[in-house]
Each structure stands twice: as structure tokens, then as C-alpha cells.
Design a protein around this ligand. Sequence first.
Ligand SMILES: C[S@@+](CC[C@H](N)C(=O)[O-])C[C@H]1O[C@@H](n2cnc3c(N)ncnc32)[C@H](O)[C@@H]1O
Length: 219
Amino acid sequence: MAKKKRERWTEIRSMDNVLEFTDFVSGNIENPSGRWHEIFGNDDPLVLELGCGRGDYTIKLSNQFPGKNYLGVDIKADRLWRGARKAAREDAGQVLFFRARIEEVDQYFDENEADEIWITFPDPYPKRRHAKRRLTSPFFLQMYKRLLKPDGLVHLKTDCDILFRYTLDVLGKEQIQVVRVVADIYEEAPGDPELTISTRFEEIHRGKGKPIKYLSFSF
Ligand SMILES: C[S@@+](CC[C@H](N)C(=O)[O-])C[C@H]1O[C@@H](n2cnc3c(N)ncnc32)[C@H](O)[C@@H]1O
């Protein structure tokens, strides 16, 4: 691991706005399941961003739509470090980051504990044999269903046609209600304040002229 990455790995452990799954595995700290409102210190709705990277969406959502608790989840310490540092600089009071693997994240939440989930530019795993790893595969959908409130929404943003079509197909097969589909945000909904929040990966894909897609669903 490069020196900078190693330093950030160490540094996030002492950051007040970052939680590490390793603390809960080792039993140093009580599992946060059922305690997220206590951790944030209020009863506001809980919004998760899975695979938040540098936390762009999480931080910008919290600026534009205050009055909710935002938790950015990612496994990469150096990316979270950037987000956590930015949130601390901006004094973003209702933003926390959680270093954890998404496939294991449900053990840190109680049933119906979250109000919304954002999945922004997840790794698309375009090869069919890797479809199970996509964050909208049936395995992950089951997890989201458990940790979301019954009327909770899952939002997906992607540039990837394969992932987008695959998700619509799985939702159809699983009889999950699709709430909104936008095939090209900047053509169809350019003034939508929630959908036009940009991330690092969105900028990379838009820079290549790719349409940015959005869909939401509810269980
Ligand atoms: C393509 S990046 C997108 C980052 C950010 N959402 C954006 O739009 O800029 C995907 C992110 O998901 C994270 N990720 C991928 N698989 C993960 C997993 N199983 N558990 C936790 N994070 C994961 C990666 O570390 C990476 O930061």
C-alpha cells in the first residue's frame, strides 16, 4: 500500500465522523444496529449511500436537504478519508461515514431502520458471470428490503446500460415496484435538484459524453 494510503487508513480511525466495522467485529464498541438515531443524536430519517467513494453525494445531499441523517458507506479508507475531511471542514453535522463491506452491512442495521438508500455509480460488473456482484442483484435487494422502512426508496444512478437494464429486469422478476425511471437525467430532468448532484465518477462518465441514468424503487 502506498504511504499516503497507509497514513489515511490510520488517520480515519481517529476521525470523529468515521465508524469502522472492525470496531464492532472486535467487540470494542457495541454494534450500531438499532442505535443509529442515538449515534446521530436525533430522530431524523436515516439516508444511506452505498459505495459512497469520496462522499460527494452524501455531503451534497446533506447541504441541499437538511433535516436527515446521512451515512456514507464504503470499504476504501483513502476515499472515505477525503469525504470525512470535507464534511468536517464544512461542519456537516448530520453526515457520518462507515467503513464496511456492503455485502455485510445489514448486520449493522435493525429491520426497517433506514429511510432511503442511494447507490451512485456502483461498479457495474458488465460480464454476465459477475452479475451476482451487482448492487441490485437479488441478494442485495433482499438486504435492502430488510433494512429499509416499508415505504423506503432505493435510488440508483449509473452510466452503465447493462446495469440499468439488468436492474429493471430483476425488479420486474421480483415484482418490486419501480417508482421512477429517467433514461437521461440531463435531457429529461436537468432541473431536478436531487438527481443532478454530481459525483467524481459521474463527472468522469459525463466527460465521455455518456447519458446518466436514474431509477428508484420501493418494496
Ligand atoms: C465506481 S466507485 C463510485 C464512487 C462514488 N459513488 C462516486 O459516484 O463517485 C464505487 C465505490 O464503491 C465502493 N465499493 C465497491 N464494492 C464495495 C463493497 N463490496 N463494499 C463497500 N464498498 C464498495 C468502492 O470502494 C468505490 O468507492
